[in-house]
Write a protein that binds this ligand. Sequence first.
Ligand SMILES: [Zn+2]
Length: 342
Amino acid sequence: MDDYILTIMDRAASGGAFVGGQCFACGGDPTTGLGEHIIPLWAQHRFDLLDKKLSLLNGTLIPYRKLTVPCCQKCNGGFLSNIEQEIIKFLQKPDFNNLSVRYAFGRWLCKIFIGILVKETTLLFDRSDPSKGSIISHDFLEEFTQAQFILQSARKRTIFHSLHGPHPFTIYMYRIEPDDDFGEFDFSTNLAGQSIAVRLGGVGVVFVNDGGLQYEVGPKGPLNLDGRRLHPLQFSEVSARIHYKAALRDATHLYTSFETPHELIVTQNAVRPFSHVRLAEGSMQIFRSWDDIECAHMIERYRPIKGPPVYDPSTGLFITSLSNNRGGIQSPKRFVRPRSQS
Ligand SMILES: [Zn+2]
């Protein structure tokens, strides 16, 4: 019965992946080696990341080359490797009109997202008193399952019936202008919002494990820029806006799944609100209300360089690297080199 994804997922979610050091993708016995690199080695070599570090929730900095999770040989060399190959192939010759690549990136970023979740929770478990019980809430596990469905869809034919759009997640893609001062790689996550953004050379992608809720309110993302060409600094602002919106999410989904030996069918049946706040027009709140000042802090936090403040309390004005107020995209120059240009 090992071919049944639902069985594999039960095993992966039964806690072993978080606390027992079992394979994060199937819950099976891990290999004795390093496990799976969360940011794959091919990307570390290509974008010169071997000595670069990622900051974790508990404040520690961990080099990408040591950022690994337990994984078994079968998953590592099997379906996970196929997911990597699709991305490597796309990056060789990016074709943004190919819509199926969004699924490929959805799976790939889900893999990275789950890897980081597992890494973060394992580290939190290490420090916590086991007698205090599990820090993993029911809502958290439910959304973890949703992410696993997306990842595991690489194992066999999977049909998603999604309520909001073509994918059971939100994804936006951007063409990136090269700028040597910013390098070829950038990576950010917001675990609260379950969002993840990555810039790989000429390609920028932002993924949200929200069942497509953000896609529904903005199919083209912040300022309708999906598919457009952005400077790395502008990509960081778009990412911050998506991370912020993701963190405002106040609902998840109810879904059912059905599996045969040949296919898996996952159906989103309904949106399930978390807080049950009813809006003025009578519907349930899906996103908490947007606050420009909170968003401004988020934009500054995710910026790869120091820049002028996004919000100036003395004038009450906000700046953006994205819009020039004439319907076009701002030139990034004044943000990139604000002093030397003047
Ligand atoms: Zn495995």
